[in-house]
Design a protein around this ligand. Structure first.
Ligand code: SF4
Ligand code: SF4
Ligand code: FES
Length: 537
């Protein structure tokens, strides 16, 4: 393996490693624009110039492979002058409209000018005018004047989505990034263009002008839009609550995980954050004809009516539908309460497919539940299908039905759900949102979404990944672990711990698939137990 010395520090790297990658491994930052680790190398912006011993001219770090014994310097006077000159060149026709640019605060032109530019402008000529603020697709707006022609976006649509909507036209100072002919940039990953563009040329129409980025806080999470389990950051705005239309969540951004989603997320997942604070969130417990119940009253009434129903019809008349929208901890707590505590056999999690689910070659999966794998591992035996439970409810064999977790209304016809829920004597919905399920249920109790609680999900490949709470519970919604523990206390059966970490520890101690895992070992990018080394005897 070749050894390279960068700024007097030596490292051994794999053959084929570039200077910029070796520097990164040493924690040495080399500024760059066109280089993006998820794309091919263009070597066009020249921002990454470094001095390499025995080379008469500066070399680009993004394209130069490390060779054994190479000595690189990244902060010499020649490098410093070159960087400032490149910045002056890139900014020659830039409109300098940072105060009204949505990228301000996370723009690599701003950042590098302050760190490596700071030249005195000698520009006498007028700046060239180019196209401004063109919506080029449902999610992306283009400001050509701010473009530095790094070609990250064209490589993204050529190499990642293979949809080829963008290209650079004309030559010299007149070169301009534009859609090809009348192409609309509406591929299912188009939001990633705002992420790859290092400047304010491609911005997100949805996020634009909602809130300044320096007010945002970041929480690591997992997209719950499908079984891929892409790693994301939830960006929340707590410091300017009058901005962003009063919503806390301002956007989702991809979080790199080489084993799951690389650098990308799909648009459906990216914009799914809107549902987390939508107007149809269920915010307080309710009973049929009795809105705005307190939690104490709701739990007391559910306790009393479930106890009477079981006394009258036996526990065999109780069924639970638990959709795989729930976390591993929630499914475990539900199993502890209903299967082991109440001795309910019928716990159904196998739902019909989502008609809107799509599988593609990049990330999206047709299963739009985040935790089907976890549900199938945690609920043992051969659980009934959700549709068969609904049939039993509709024909009167089930008298008490719990429906816990979201996603049924998207998969099962409203009439079928209404019929099943209205035929049972007692239907208890524990849900995040209003839907036909909460409308038809005897009791509706609000639970938090994954953005308001902590837990883990297991993706379709079996990878167990953590998500963290990004905001307080909306309205009177409560974490499902608390709701189930309260019911367990009333029914005098043991419950899973309310604390997600302890709940996961209990799960890992009982379900073989999770054996040996803890929140600490999962870290921020998760673990796939199927790929863990088997300890030698
Ligand atoms: S629009 Fe952005 S990503 Fe595309 S070439 Fe211009 S600066 Fe680069
Ligand atoms: S591919 Fe699935 S998990 Fe990934 S961002 Fe899209 S919806 Fe979310
Ligand atoms: S980052 Fe190396 S030339 Fe652009």
């Amino acid at each position: 393996m070749p050894k390279v010395t960068i700024d007097d520090r030596t490292i051994e790297v794999h053959a084929g490693t570039t200077v910029i990658q070796a520097a990164e491994q040493l924690g040495i930052f080399i500024p760059h624009y066109c280089y993006h680790p998820g794309l091919s190398i263009a070597g066009s912006c020249r921002m990454c110039l470094v001095e390499i011993e025995k080379n008469p001219k500066l070399q680009i770090a993004c394209y130069t492979m490390v060779t054994d014994g190479m000595v690189v310097r990244t902060t010499t006077p020649a490098v410093t002058i070159a960087r400032a000159a490149i910045l002056e060149f890139l900014l020659a026709n830039h409109p300098l409209d940072c105060p009204v640019c949505d990228q301000a605060g996370e723009c690599k032109l701003q950042e590098f000018y302050m760190r490596f530019g700071r030249y005195d402008s000698t520009l006498l000529e007028d700046k060239l005018k180019k196209h401004k603020a063109i919506p080029i697709g449902p999610h992306i707006i283009l400001d050509s004047e701010r473009c530095i022609l790094c070609s990250r976006c064209t490589r993204f649509v050529d190499e990642v989505t293979k949809t080829h909507e963008l290209a650079i036209f004309n030559r010299g100072s007149h070169a301009e990034l534009l859609p090809v002919r009348d192409a609309v940039v509406d591929n299912p990953y188009s939001g990633c263009l705002a992420d790859v563009c290092p400047v304010g040329a491609l911005t997100d129409r949805d996020f634009r002008f909602q809130v300044r980025v320096w007010y945002l806080e970041k929480t690591e999470s997992i997209c719950h839009g499908c079984a891929r389990g892409c790693n994301i950051e939830i960006h929340t705005n707590r410091r300017r609550t009058h901005h962003n239309n009063g919503r806390l969540i301002a956007r989702f951004k991809p979080r790199h995980n080489a084993d799951v989603n690389g650098y990308w997320i799909c648009d459906a997942g990216r914009y799914s954050y809107k549902g987390l604070e939508s107007d149809d969130r269920l915010l307080s417990p309710a009973a049929r004809g009795q809105a705005g119940l307190s939690w104490t009253d709701a739990l007391a009434q559910v306790d009393e009516q479930v106890t009477s129903a079981i006394a009258a019809h036996g526990v065999g008349s109780v069924a639970v539908i638990a959709t795989p929208s729930l976390s591993n901890e929630e499914i475990w707590a539900l199993r502890r309460l209903f299967r082991e505590g109440m001795k309910v056999d019928a716990i159904a999690h196998l739902c019909p497919p989502d008609p809107n689910g799509v599988t593609d070659d990049l990330l999206r999966q047709a299963d739009t539940f985040p935790n089907s794998f976890g549900a199938s591992v945690i609920i043992p035996g051969s659980p009934p299908a959700v549709e068969s439970v609904l049939s039993s409810a509709a024909d009167g064999r089930i008298k008490t039905l719990f429906v816990i977790g979201s996603g049924l209304a998207e998969r099962i016809a409203s009439e079928r759900l209404k019929e099943a829920l209205s035929r049972v004597e007692l239907a208890i919905a524990i849900q995040t949102h209003h839907s036909v399920v909460t409308e038809a249920a005897t009791f509706a109790m609000p639970m938090t979404t994954y953005a308001e609680c902590t837990g883990t999900v297991t993706n379709s490949a079996g990878r167990v990944q953590r998500f963290w709470s990004a905001m307080p519970p909306l309205g009177d919604s409560r974490p499902l672990l608390d709701i189930l523990a309260d019911l367990a206390a009333r029914w005098e059966v043991p419950s899973a711990p309310r604390d997600p970490q302890s709940c996961f520890a209990e799960l890992a101690g009982c379900v073989e698939y999770y054996a040996g895992l803890t929140y600490a070992t999962l870290g921020s990018i998760g673990v796939n137990p199927r790929q863990m080394a088997v300890p030698s005897a």
